[in-house]
Design a protein around this ligand. Structure first.
Ligand SMILES: [Zn+2]
Length: 485
């Protein structure tokens, strides 16, 4: 499967930059889990005999195996995962590709600087080795680096550079998975190698954009210069309070303030939408990002979020079928509809409606390619008829609310591209729209005061300024209703 879809492409890119921040903890985490399981086995076994020496040894061996997994990965060819590599991202960000010149090799007796990138189906080890470096010198830097960076997360396009001494020893090694994610390993006077993640001097700038919606909200926002990831975040901010599938009319206006992340004068990526406004003839909505609670709130500190997403689909998906008895379009008889349906173009990203653990992912009868997620308090959600699953979606994986789990399709018993979204509580199907209505708690006390002073107060003033600068609302007339499409 290829992810040519621009929304998904952007989302996957964001996902990768998010994961990369967690990389250094992966190995530690795995060992922690293994040790915890070991400890649990020992404590839980009240009636069991004490673990034998061989069981303890097995636990320790398992922990050691996890630690060395990263190191092993550095020697194995990299699995090609269909997410953009650094080279693609760098090309988008306008970083010149310096790796295309003929590869230089280390020559015995000379001090050399080398730089290269990981090719598909090539290991970090092999990439260095073909430049004339010895196994011993590569092993020294790779094993030190693998304590901070998990080489299992290497991707084709990752960039390395080394300084090589006259005797062939690598004195410093630098590994970049993105302009922001850089690890450096160097040798101290005693000959010991140590690795650390480089603090990259990122600069966050606040940018504003506004515009008027013509016949298509998405297109109008793209025309205003917004990237699809930013549009999705804007829509997500209002997702639970405005039904963009039904309520949007030509002439409605939008404004937003969002972050851009820059590095040394180059824009790397878009960041968070920090303030958003949507204006219809009768009502204006404003949402502000609360960095502490990681969610959108109104100026008075009420959450814009519900515990479950009402519409776990990116963009303006159309509600097509409610929960309850209905005439089934394929079976041609009355049947209980145990969920709700949203129609959207094939390939549109589908989100996890709330945080939880994936308990099923793949083909499942009439639901086609589907995902089931278990949540707190006895809830389960099901997403059916997907075209395909998102990268990494499988049983046992933990997901957060609004993580992309797949794409809209028409697999299983389905007449056209749509999402079948069902929710169970205590094993019984319930109306997803009613579950969705439970709000997240509001801000109070010092949290509320701080939010008003630092976020909603100043951002409200900024949104108002943006709207004052805009041209007055213009209504275009259409022959026919654009809402019927
Ligand atoms: Zn359905």
């Amino acid at each position: 499967m290829r992810h040519n879809d621009p929304y998904l492409h952007d989302l996957l890119r964001d996902e990768r930059s998010f994961h990369s921040k967690r990389r250094t903890r992966v190995v530690v985490g795995v060992v922690g889990v293994v040790l915890t399981i070991g400890a649990f086995v020992q404590f839980a076994g009240g009636e069991e005999p004490a673990p034998t020496t061989s069981e303890v040894e097995a636990t320790v061996r398992e922990a050691q195996r996890s630690l060395s997994a990263s190191l092993l990965a550095a020697q194995q060819p990299i699995e090609v995962i269909e997410a953009p590599g650094f080279a693609e991202l760098a090309a988008e960000a306008g970083v010149p590709d310096e790796t295309e010149e003929a590869p230089e090799r280390w020559v015995e007796g000379t001090e050399t600087s080398l730089r290269g990138s990981i090719k598909p189906n090539e290991s970090v080890f092999a990439s260095l080795k073909q430049r004339g470096l010895s196994n011993t010198s590569i092993h020294a830097v790779v094993s030190a680096t693998s304590k901070e960076f998990n080489f299992r997360k290497s991707r084709p396009g990752d960039i390395w550079s080394v300084e090589v001494a006259a005797d062939g020893a690598i004195t410093s090694f630098r590994y970049e998975t993105s302009p922001e994610d850089v690890w450096e390993t160097s040798r101290d006077a005693s000959g010991t190698y140590a690795c650390e993640k480089v603090e990259v001097p990122l600069e966050t700038r606040l940018v504003e954009t506004s515009g008027q919606i013509d016949d298509n909200m998405w297109a109008s926002m793209e025309t205003a210069g917004l990237a699809s990831s930013t549009i999705l975040e804007y829509l997500a901010a209002f997702d639970q309070v405005v039904d963009f599938g039904e309520q949007v009319q030509p002439g409605d206006r939008f404004a937003l303030v969002y972050e851009q992340v820059w590095l040394e004068g180059r824009k790397l990526r878009n960041g968070r939408v920090v303030a958003a406004l949507f204006e219809s003839p009768n009502e204006t909505w404003r949402a502000y990002w609360n960095p502490t609670r990681k969610g959108y709130y109104d100026a008075e500190g009420a959450s814009m979020e519900r515990q479950f997403l009402r519409r776990p689909v990116a963009g303006a998906a159309r509600f097509t079928s409610p929960f309850g008895m209905r005439f089934h379009p394929v079976l041609k008889r009355k049947k209980m509809h145990n969920g709700v349906d949203y129609a959207a173009p094939r390939g549109t990203p589908v989100f996890a409606a709330a945080s939880g653990t994936i308990v099923q992912a793949g083909r499942k009868g009439a639901a086609g390619i589907s995902v089931t997620i278990r949540h707190d308090s006895g809830y389960e959600s099901l997403y059916g008829h997907l075209a395909h699953l998102a990268v990494g979606v499988k049983r046992g994986k933990k997901v957060s609310k609004r993580d992309v789990i797949g794409a809209i399709g028409s697999t299983g018993r389905s007449t056209g591209p749509h999402l079948h979204f069902a929710v169970k509580r205590g094993g019984r199907f319930v109306d997803p729209l009613k579950v969705a209505a439970r709000p997240e708690p509001s801000l109070r006390g010092s949290n509320l005061r701080e939010f008003k002073e630092q976020v909603s107060g100043p951002m409200r003033a900024r949104l108002d300024q943006i709207m004052q600068k805009m041209e007055p609302r213009q209504i275009r007339f259409f022959f026919g209703s654009p809402a019927e499409n």
